[in-house]
Design a protein around this ligand. Structure first.
Ligand code: IMP
Length: 434
């Protein structure tokens, strides 16, 4: 077995990414590692994400925009330029934090370059889904349309909310075109300028204290030898380029996105940690080679509480796919893996790991880029013996049943990255540092 190392984020800049289709449990790991760093920054996605943290003090806490590191006193948390921000959701999150007595005033920052989600993005997201032949199953939060506006260069950024003249011009320009589309294509009455303008100017006033040049802040922090945690949302296979396109989100969820989405150079990054569940889940549509049959999926979904943290949708469940995790290790440069929810597999007689795919009689071990192929591959499984339910929660690696350790070893060998932490429950203490 390869040598194991305890996971740490001290004296380095670390990127955390999901190695599957999101919902791997990154929130918990980010929460644990936040203690060791000075700053935590989100670099992509928006309130399509739901990062759940369970603490003794605050019980269960779900974050959609603000990095979960905010729960740790004294840590500076940033929303990077690569994030799309729904101000209404952000305000709600800030107010919720205030309500539980968390003071964020001098330690929360939003990039002035982050794009803003407007009401027409949310509605367009939902209307587009109804028109699509092959639905993506988006979260309906306006993420795709907001990123689309960014790329076609008509987006509104956080800094624009601070300038009434610029906001007016950009909003009028957008509505002129969009209202035509809403009426003609979607038979929707369109949007009124003055109410949006008023609402968003007000957000500008509320957030003015937080909006700044976060790339400057982060780079200055690096100069001062501060440690940064880059918090990825979603997962590798929802990446706009490398994911199972078009069944993906609209941002770069892979490690490269951390640099683009923050303005920190790749040469300043020291480590990439990948988070994977001990099995696989996916929300929304798209190929899923190792998906369980409906009956077993139901059992595992209940056992693992596999319901979306943002939309509450039931997650699709399947066996661990190491062809995918290996691809994620390569795409992100993952040197350490954190395995989540191992406990959900407790009590199973046998467990399968997908080690290769078969298509038209040919076996291969690389993740296919052709969606047609991925949709029709047959997973090649290695079946392993399961382990019983523990009388008391395992606390150290040696407490794990030998079959559970064999499962982790196999995973590590197939994925090509060492496992540094294993999670066996939602609480902070249910974490085994390997
Ligand atoms: P969008 O990001 O809302 O555009 O949704 C695109 C696809 O990504 C859909 O299949 C969503 O279910 C999925 N997705 C978006 N965010 C998350 C997430 O945080 N976890 C899991 N799936 C997500």
């Amino acid at each position: 077995m390869a040598k194991r190392y305890p996971l740490n984020a001290k004296n380095m800049n670390t990127i955390i990414v999901g190695a599957q289709w999101g919902d791997e449990g990154k929130g918990k790991i980010i929460d644990i590692l936040s203690k060791e760093v000075d700053l935590i920054v989100r670099f992509q996605g928006g309130n399509n994400a739901g990062h759940t943290v369970v603490t003794q003090e605050f019980k269960e806490y779900i974050f959609h925009l603000i990095p979960s590191g905010i729960l740790h006193k004294g840590k500076i948390c940033c929303i990077g330029n690569g994030v799309v921000v729904d101000p209404k959701v952000l305000l709600q999150e800030i107010n919720d934090l205030k309500r539980v007595g968390i003071n964020i005033s001098n330690r929360f920052k939003i990039s002035s370059l982050a794009h803003v989600i407007l009401p027409y993005h949310r509605i367009l997201d939902q209307l587009r889904e109804t028109k699509r032949k092959h639905k993506i199953g988006t979260t309906g939060r306006g993420i795709g349309p907001c990123y689309a506006d960014k790329i076609i260069r008509c987006g509104i950024r956080m800094i624009d909310l601070l300038n009434p003249r610029v906001l007016r011009e950009k909003l009028l320009d957008n509505l002129k075109e969009k209202n035509e589309i809403f009426k003609k294509v979607y038979q929707h009455s369109g949007f009124d300028f003055s109410s949006i303008y008023k609402e968003y100017l007000n957000y500008g006033k509320i957030f003015s204290h937080y909006i700044c040049n976060t790339s400057l802040l982060l780079n200055k922090a690096i100069e001062l030898k501060k440690d940064i945690l880059f918090e990825g949302a979603q997962g590798t296979f929802l990446d706009i380029d490398f994911g199972t396109y078009p069944f993906v989100t609209s941002s770069s969820t892979t490690a490269g996105g951390a640099c683009i989405g923050t303005g920190v150079s790749p040469v300043k990054i020291n480590k990439v940690v990948g988070v994977a569940k001990a099995y696989t889940t996916r929300v929304g549509e798209g190929p899923f080679p190792t998906e369980f049959c409906a009956e077993f999926a139901k059992v595992m979904r209940e056992k693992g509480n596999e319901f979306g943290a943002t939309t509450g949708r039931p997650r699709r469940c399947g066996w661990l796919d190491c062809v995918m995790v290996k691809e994620a290790v390569m795409l992100n440069g993952i040197s350490e893996l954190v395995i989540m929810k191992l406990d959900v597999l407790d009590g199973l007689k046998s467990i399968k790991i997908c080690v290769a795919y078969k298509y038209k009689g040919k076996k291969f071990k690389e993740f296919p880029q052709d969606l047609e192929v991925l949709q029709n591959v047959e997973p090649v499984y290695k079946e392993m013996a399961g382990w019983p339910i523990y009388a008391s929660k395992p606390r150290v690696y040696q407490d794990l049943h030998p079959n559970a350790r064999a499962y982790l070893n196999r995973m590590q060998d197939l994925a090509g990255a060492k496992i540094s932490m294993v999670s066996v429950g939602s609480a902070r203490q249910d974490t085994i540092v390997v």
